[in-house]
Write a protein that binds this ligand. Structure first.
Ligand SMILES: Cc1ncc(C[n+]2csc(CCOP(=O)(O)OP(=O)(O)O)c2C)c(N)n1
Ligand SMILES: [Mg+2]
Length: 520
């Protein structure tokens, strides 16, 4: 009887409908108000359920999963406090334009007026970190709401859709499954803008083509962009951080806008014209005294050929066609010499990574102040997929890699992880261990919030004792190998660059997670 539509509860109707629409992974940290979902997931056995021991792990993992699977996972979160814990990594996912459906439990409708301990303004908590929020109203329409959330999430660009689930509509009978609704987008290419872009590529001025999002995920589009650059003399540039970039030998390498403000301004200063494809006009991470917020120089003619809601790959193909460009013929940067024994430094770590990154690796980049040294390795290494921190909200690397590994269990995942950022969501290692994921976490142990020391300098201050106490992590010393061991992940500490390379190579070959604490 329990399988007949009449007896189905609201939670089960949501699980069945999401699954029928292709959602088959649930990242969860449930509480009492989500028990009917836990039960529905258990009874139906339709989804791979992955437990995160903190909500920021749940949303970071759902982000990594979506970037690699190119479809949303569903998350299960507990009321406003659970959502608040999830928010920082949801912010990153939102900036990445990643599709995600959140189910956030709430008190039963009749219970909401009593100000019970866990009650709060759930919609208000969810709104700033979601593109769409709705609270379910009854068991019969609950699955249709979930399908609307999925439609919003899967549009172009991808969006964060949050469906609030009062406990009673989950447990009430009368749930009715609903069918998938076609998502919106992408926006069609505007031929008149294409004409203008072709004009901007004519000789006579220095032109930049700024490309983001799905273009960077497509090796053919990247090769075509290289061809357009070869044909027209334009320069192709990527944003400072992108959700997913196909990189490595045989692929077209792209410079990106550097993070440091002066370098960012210098990078774009030469251009008189800029064509934007699936990206917004580039903006500095922060404002600084006497420096501009917008990075393209004043007077630079700008054209958005396709916004983030458009089909960038199609725009690149159309542009190549119009200027008569073929796929580019450029060579990848050469593999650097394998560093010999010696201390691990920002001077040799890029070459070490380039040599040690395995073929087809998924590289998770939360290198923070070491990023300038580690990022170039992605172009020199064997073919790889590079996932970056998109929203500047640190603490994403370990969860992002856990989710990417769930999406691609046959690919090695290598996390380049700054130490301070690691501590926000270190418990993601436990999820990696439980799922048996082949993730190698390289902790860049510089024992400080190094980047903030630069930023202190940028505002013209000299660090005194109290400032350094807020920026140094060496007292007490963080023992990452011990932390990992406590969560079921083996590891070792390395101080020598040759050992670092061997450790990465060994760990990537072995199944299961491993942690390497690289002393910088
Ligand atoms: C959620 C969040 N909290 C705080 C910050 C501010 N913040 C930016 S970088 C940073 C420290 C980074 O230290 P670490 O991860 O060790 O990288 P390093 O600078 O040492 O390379 C902090 C606290 C932030 N960006 N996001
Ligand atoms: Mg650090």
């Amino acid at each position: 009887m329990s399988d007949t539509p009449k007896a189905m509860n609201g939670a089960e109707s949501v699980v069945r409908s999401l699954h029928a629409a292709g959602v088959d992974v649930c990242f969860a940290n449930p509480g009492t108000s989500e028990m009917q979902f836990v039960d529905a997931l258990d009874r139906t056995k339709l989804m791979h359920c992955v437990l995160g021991l903190f909500e920021g792990v749940v949303t970071g993992a759902a982000d990594g999963y979506a970037r690699m699977a190119r479809k949303p996972a569903v998350t299960l979160l507990h009321l406003a406090p659970g959502f608040a814990n999830a928010a920082a990594n949801l912010h990153n996912a939102r900036k990445a334009r990643v599709p995600m459906v959140n189910l956030v439990g709430d008190h039963a409708l009749r219970h909401q007026k009593y100000d019970a301990p866990l009650s709060a303004d759930v919609e208000g908590a969810c709104a700033p970190f979601s593109d769409w929020v709705k609270s379910g109203t009854d068991a019969g329409s609950f699955a249709a709401d979930a399908m609307e959330a999925l439609r919003v999430a899967k549009g172009k660009p991808g969006r964060i859709a949050t469906l609030i689930a009062p406990a009673d509509i989950g447990w009430d009978e009368g749930g009715r499954t609903a069918s998938e609704v076609a998502p919106e987008g992408p926006a069609p290419l505007d031929e008149s803008l294409l004409d203008k872009a072709v004009e901007m590529l004519a000789p006579g001025a220095k032109t930049a083509i700024l490309v983001g999002n799905s273009v960077l995920e497509d090796t053919e589009a990247l090769k075509l962009l290289e061809g357009i650059a070869e044909k027209t003399g334009a320069t192709v540039i990527a944003p400072t951080s992108s959700r997913r970039t196909e990189r490595g030998q045989g692929r077209a390498p792209l410079p990106k806008i550097p993070y440091p403000i002066d370098e960012a301004i210098a990078c774009l200063a030469p251009y008189e014209r800029a064509i934007l494809i699936e990206m917004l006009p580039p903006v500095a991470f922060f404002a600084y005294p006497g420096k501009p917020s917008l990075l393209l120089p004043e007077g630079c003619a700008q054209l958005t050929l396709t916004g983030v809601d458009g089909d960038g790959q199609a725009a690149v193909a159309a542009l190549a066609d119009r200027v008569g460009a073929k796929p580019g013929t450029g060579d990848s940067p050469a593999m650097p010499a394998r560093p010999q024994s010696g201390a691990i430094t920002l001077q040799n770590i890029g070459a070490a990574l380039a040599n040690a990154l395995p073929e087809d690796a998924i590289v998770i980049d939360e290198a923070v102040s070491s990023g300038g040294a580690t990022y170039p390795s992605g172009d020199m290494a064997r073919p790889n997929t590079w996932l970056a921190l998109t929203g500047g909200s640190i603490g994403i690397g370990i969860p992002l890699s856990a989710g990417a590994a769930i999406a691609c269990p046959d690919r090695p995942v290598i996390t380049i992880q700054a130490d301070g950022s690691a501590m926000y969501t270190i418990q993601g290692l436990w999820t990696q261990a439980r799922e048996g994921s082949n993730v190698t976490t390289i902790i860049l142990a510089n024992q400080s919030y190094a980047i903030l020391k630069h930023e202190l300098h940028n505002v013209g201050a000299q660090p005194g004792e109290d400032a350094l106490n807020m920026l140094n992590l060496d007292r007490p010393h963080l023992d990452f190998v011990a932390l990992a061991k406590g969560m079921g992940v083996s590891g070792r500490r390395v101080e020598d660059v040759a050992d670092l390379m061997r450790a990465i190579e060994d760990a990537a070959r072995e199944p299961g997670p491993y942690l390497i604490e690289a002393m910088l």
